[in-house]
Design a protein around this ligand. Structure first.
Ligand SMILES: Cc1ncc(C[n+]2csc(CCOP(=O)(O)OP(=O)(O)O)c2C)c(N)n1
Ligand SMILES: [Mg+2]
Length: 356
């Protein structure tokens, strides 16, 4: 006998197209125009913050930085759907998530000056610090989700991983574990088409990255990651479902800039590809919608930009006045301080590290 015992399919969700036109039947109930205006402001803020940090890095006033430009809808759409008690687990590009969750801007700049104190995320922000080892955050997030279920907190855990990260064993192990234990986990693949210079086509022969969830027996969907409404909807749906089990969301977007400030993408990708994605810009399309509905005007735009630049400049000033404590490099590495680390700490303090 030979018979098909499984056939899977993956839905693709887009609610707002490139012209800012809505598929009104899919707009989530409860999503108001005011909320969309707020999301627009946050997306614009994230882009302005990104441009500023890039400029600081070029002046030697920030460390190696991974720009988010082009990925604002993935981050602000999903973070706007989180409830206060939900916990997010980023990788290293999710600046828009921190912003939406209320990380004080000054902390953001302290971190990107290279100081550990900036990575001490305030409790109410409910998120982990920046995580650079690719893929390692996914098993951690599954562990945190397991704890939420065990302790019956009702919180969902939302983790972000890149298209490159989905090729790591960590990713498969984590979604498999989440499926078996029906964890309250939402895995968002921020598929920006590149892992440094490795294109999406070299990550997997599968047509979608979302379908990796099928093998783990979890819900999965592919979303237009440049559509903030679809990102909001997909994340809300997944959070609502989290008491039943995990969801994998593949957000299809594009990294409009360099991988990090140490990278030069002109060496490996044609400018024409980047140009083609400009037409799908997540901020421009939301603006078209808001302007069309009379919810946004040129004067509102310039007022918003002035306010945001002022807030950014004030935060940079505070962050640059901040005096780091060399002890912060040593604390929180282990739950206890091993002798060898303690002697390094003593040495750093005796040498007046960072005090010149
Ligand atoms: C385990 C590990 N291997 C390699 C690296 C170097 N590295 C940093 S980012 C990156 C690519 C990540 O690509 P992706 O997961 O698509 O995320 P994106 O940078 O596009 O947001 C690599 C290989 C690392 N940080 N950790
Ligand atoms: Mg990527």
């Amino acid at each position: 006998m030979l018979k098909a015992i499984y056939s899977g399919s993956i839905d693709y969700m887009q609610i707002m197209d490139e012209n800012g036109t809505l598929d009104s039947g899919l707009v989530p109930k409860g999503l108001t125009d005011q909320m969309l205006v707020e999301m627009y402001k946050k997306m614009s803020f994230a882009r302005a913050l990104d441009a500023k940090t890039l400029s600081l890095q070029r002046q030697g006033r920030a460390v190696t930085y991974a720009p988010l430009v082009g990925e604002e809808a993935v981050q602000i759409g999903s973070a706007s759907a989180m409830r206060q008690g939900d916990i997010f687990v980023p990788s290293f590009r999710q600046h828009g998530v921190y912003l939406t969750r209320g990380l004080p801007l000054e902390k953001f700049f302290i971190y990107w000056r290279g100081f550990e104190e900036g990575g001490a995320i305030p409790k109410e922000v409910n998120g982990l610090p920046v995580i650079v080892p690719v893929g390692t955050q996914v098993p951690h997030s599954a562990g945190i989700a397991y704890a939420q279920k065990y302790k019956k907190t009702g919180a969902a855990v939302i983790v972000y991983v890149g298209d490159g990260g989905t090729s790591e064993g960590d990713f498969y192990e984590a979604i498999n574990f989440a499926g078996v234990f029906k964890l309250p986990l939402v895995v968002i693949i921020e598929n920006n088409q590149w892992a440094i210079s490795v294109p999406r086509s070299r990550q997997s022969a599968a047509e979608t990255l979302a379908q990796k969830g099928i093998a783990a027996g979890i819900k999965c969907v592919q979303v237009d990651g440049n559509d903030v409404i679809a990102m909001y909807r997909a994340t809300s749906d997944a959070i609502n479902y989290s008491a039943t089990g995990p969801t994998l969301i593949e957000a299809v977007t594009y990294r409009m800039s360099m991988h990090t400030t140490s990278d030069d993408p002109t060496k490996y990708r044609p400018d024409a590809d980047v140009e083609a994605w400009k037409a799908k810009d997540p901020i421009a399309r939301l603006m078209k919608y808001l302007v069309g509905k009379g919810l946004w005007t040129d004067s509102m735009e310039s007022k918003m930009q002035d306010e945001q630049l002022k807030l950014i400049d004030e935060a940079v000033e505070k962050a640059e006045q901040f005096k780091p404590d060399p002890r912060s490099m040593f604390e929180n590495v282990y739950s206890f301080m091993p002798e060898t680390l303690k002697s390094e700490e003593d040495e750093a303090i005796a040498a007046g590290f960072w005090q010149g």
